[in-house]
Design a protein around this ligand. Structure first.
Ligand code: ADP
Ligand code: MG
Length: 286
């Protein structure tokens, strides 16, 4: 009897030990799982904090962009008046030895104005006002704006329209669908870079080509050229090799070309010069 009970007791003890062992194993598993979940929670929490920081930073950047846009706008108005007066002064002083000084003021203000326009375009996204644009005219307008700078540096300028099919078609005009102010900014930025790269007395050539509904404008300089390792980066915002460069000119130009469904390409060799090629589709009446 006693041995029977003892065996039952033993059996009970054994099954208790087994149950407690499996409970222990289960507890260990549970412990592992809790550890794993805690770690996951920690990672997720970090991610949320990171996102919150990111959003906060974005909000601050947007606010800063808006503030910069306002400041730029305020500075630009008086600057435009000064630019106008400087231009009048250049005209009044024609023939006098002070004309070069007035041209210096005029071109300095134009560069300033251009920097501010680029900043404004970068800080705010602009909706283009599309219309039928005569590219030849936009190029001429941009050249006209830069004339004081080009003349004061004695740069020779030539424009070749021999491959401009439109010249025969419609009195020199070939149209693209675009925003003339934005496209003017593209040409200004690329021409300004060409002027910067060209030594005094150097040459800048502009070729206008139009064929089978495609329009190309090439701006070629024989200046310092671009190093192979820099070519990839010249369209990045804030990339500049100039002591006083903003690095915004080409970033803005490529953004504007993008919204026009066009493209911008560059071929350049250090010490030999650069060619920037802009391509558009010809505007067709619907
Ligand atoms: N025609 C060019 N000749 C030589 N380098 C050029 C030319 N155009 C652009 N670059 C290079 O590309 C860089 C970026 O140009 P950009 O975006 O206009 O900025 P920034 O003119 O303010 O430097 C310039 O700093 C220069 O190194
Ligand atoms: Mg530039």
């Amino acid at each position: 009897m006693e041995t029977k009970e003892a065996t039952r007791l033993n059996e009970a003890f054994l099954s208790f030990t087994l149950a407690s062992k499996s409970l222990e194993a289960y507890y260990d598993k549970l412990h592992e799982r809790v550890k794993h979940l805690t770690e996951e929670l920690r990672i997720k929490n970090n991610q949320i904090e990171e996102l919150e920081r990111h959003e906060e930073r974005n909000k601050r950047l947007i606010a800063m962009g808006e503030m910069a846009a306002k400041i730029v706008h305020e500075i630009r108005s008086p600057l435009c008046s000064i630019e106008l007066y400087a231009g009048m002064l250049v005209n009044d002083l024609q023939g006098s030895r002070h004309v070069e000084l007035a041209k210096g003021i005029s071109s300095g203000i134009k560069s300033l104005n251009n920097i501010l326009t680029n900043m404004l375009l970068f800080a705010k996204s602009h909706k283009p006002a599309f219309g039928a644009i005569d590219i030849n005219r936009v190029v001429d307008d941009s050249l006209h704006m830069l004339m004081p700078m080009i003349e004061s540096r004695k740069i020779r300028l030539s424009k070749d329209v021999s491959c401009w099919q439109g010249a025969q078609k419609s009195g020199g005009s070939v149209y693209v669908s675009g925003d003339s102010e934005l496209l003017k900014q593209v040409f200004l930025n690329i021409l300004l870079n060409a002027v910067d790269a060209t030594p005094e007395g150097g040459e800048i050539r502009i070729n206008l080509k139009s064929q089978n509904g495609r329009i190309g404008v090439e701006i070629i300089d024989q200046g310092e050229g671009i190093r192979q390792e820099d070519i990839e980066r010249i369209f990045d915002p804030f990339f500049s090799t100039k002591a006083r460069g903003t690095g915004l000119g080409l970033a803005i130009a490529s953004k504007i070309m993008q919204v026009h469904g066009g493209s911008i390409m560059v071929q350049s060799e250090a010490e030999k010069g650069s060619c920037f090629r802009l391509c558009f589709s010809e505007w067709r009446q619907a």
